[in-house]
Design a binder for this molecule. Structure first.
Ligand code: AMP
Ligand code: GLY
Length: 438
């Protein structure tokens, strides 16, 4: 088979890496890819939003299957565009992708079907939003309605912070049209969990759970990013909670989308808060997570291509999906300044050393310069994955590998996966058993 992966970040590198293990792929292409992906797939210089060019490329190169990574093309209807050309594409169509593209659509769907999430109100008028906000108490959460690369959310610790966020979104329009409508919602206390599932319209097959770290600095301080690190499994979250989330959130949401005439095919990603009242929805994404994919796919034993084909032909209920018991920890090495403006073009060294030590290094924002040197080309540069028997070992290996990789201004969090270790210590102290969440 000839397969085209759309996207060019760490998630797409992990998807290509996983697909490259399949014996059934003769041609693997990635548009646009990056310098790391170029080592395992043929990179094609077409952007993810250039649907006509992508369809033409797919036709000319006999592409049998397209796998879409990022949110923007899904929200823009890339799967519909390939469908119209008769080329199977893995991912939700435009109507189903709205679960991610509009937080208001998502929240209203959950309310209609009684699926657990934070209490909320939505506004398209600044004065009304402000008046409502002033009836609430901090901490409180203010979200831009549309896509904003993970940065359109403010978890306000004070009312001043909340009012400023509202002003920036609705008056200053710092997120453009994404902020013309906002959601103001209750703050939920608890542990975060990313639970992704393959969904074929009806059947929901969960992947192993993982946890992301969105704020840029240690201790969850600083502005939110697209994700600074992940780990899987979550040894401090009981398996029963994961099962509850599948039964009370993922399955009902897939069923709700089907009922609404928007059956979802692809990866449905539930961003959850495990609260005292059980798991509740923080967000839904319509795709693989980044950097969740970098720790989830290394734990997949089954051929990813087979699962994708089963999703497309509606036979997910009949396929055996196996995961290994390894732990994986991904640390994102970012450019100086990220998530604000950052420098590009800085030379990267030490990746071979890190790989020789057993790490998986997924490229996110990398490129080759005119002299063929590997250089930084994005905010998130690399996802460095350590694997081991447990989180402690995987974490140690990930950080050892990060220590081998150098580029000027490199920044990474030093506390990825510490919540798992702290949670296990708390469980041990209170005499509980930390059951594997994987
Ligand atoms: P989102 O883009 O909606 O996932 O939000 C980004 C991050 O903000 C989440 O990963 C959470 O850490 C945090 N967050 C969002 N909504 C809430 C909420 N209602 N309560 C607590 N934290 C939240
Ligand atoms: N890791 C968060 C996301 O993929 O949206």
């Amino acid at each position: 088979m000839n397969v085209l992966v759309v996207g060019g970040g760490g998630r797409e590198h992990a998807i290509c890496w996983s697909l490259a293990k399949s014996g059934k792929i003769s041609g693997l292409y990635c548009a646009p890819g990056n310098a790391g992906i170029a080592r395992i797939a043929e990179c094609v210089p077409i952007g993810p939003m250039q649907f006509d060019e992508l369809v033409r490329f797919a036709r000319d190169h006999g592409i049998d299957l397209v796998v879409v990574g990022p949110d923007d093309p899904l929200a823009g209807g890339i799967v519909d565009a390939f469908g119209a050309a008769g080329i199977p594409a893995f991912g939700p169509n435009k109507a189903a992708a709205e679960i991610e593209a509009s937080k208001i659509f998502m929240k209203n769907l959950l309310r209609k079907y009684g699926i657990p999430t934070a209490r909320y109100e939505t506004f398209d008028d600044y004065d009304k939003a402000l008046a409502y906000l002033r009836t609430q108490q901090a901490p409180i959460v203010v979200k831009a309605d549309g896509l904003a690369t993970g940065k359109g959310v403010t978890v306000a610790r004070t009312m001043e912070e909340a009012e400023e966020a509202l002003r920036r979104m609705m008056i200053e329009r710092v997120f453009g049209a994404s902020g013309t409508r906002v959601v103001i919602e209750e703050f939920m206390e608890g542990q975060e969990m990313s639970l992704l599932a393959f969904v074929d319209g009806e059947t929901v097959r969960p992947m192993v759970p993982s946890q992301d770290h969105k704020p840029v600095f240690d201790g969850d301080r600083g502005p939110n990013t697209g994700g600074m690190g992940t780990y899987s499994p979550l040894p401090h979250i009981d398996l029963a909670i994961v099962e509850t989330a599948v039964e009370t959130i993922l399955k009902p949401t897939a069923a709700a989308l089907a009922r609404e005439g928007r059956p979802f095919r692809g990866v449905l990603y539930a961003g959850l808060m495990v609260t005292g009242e059980g798991p509740k929805v923080v967000e839904f994404n319509a795709r693989f997570g980044d950097p969740e994919t970098q720790v989830v796919l290394p734990r997949l034993e089954t051929d990813l291509l087979d699962i994708i084909l089963a999703t497309l032909n509606g036979s997910l209920d009949r396929i055996d999906i196996r995961w290994n018991d390894e732990a994986a920890v991904c640390v994102i090495m970012a450019s100086e300044g990220y998530p604000g403006p950052y420098a590009k073009g800085r030379k990267i060294e030490g990746i071979e050393e890190a790989e020789a030590a057993g790490a998986l290094v997924f490229h996110a924002g990398t490129a080759l310069d005119a002299d063929g040197n590997l250089v930084t080309a994005g905010g998130r540069v690399l996802g460095v994955v350590g694997r081991g028997r447990d989180i402690a070992e995987a974490r140690r290996r990930a950080y050892e590998a990060c220590g081998m990789i150098r580029f000027e201004g490199a920044h990474y969090r030093k506390d990825i996966a510490m919540k798992a270790l702290a949670g296990l210590r708390a469980d041990a102290a209170s005499g509980q058993q930390g059951t594997s969440g994987g």
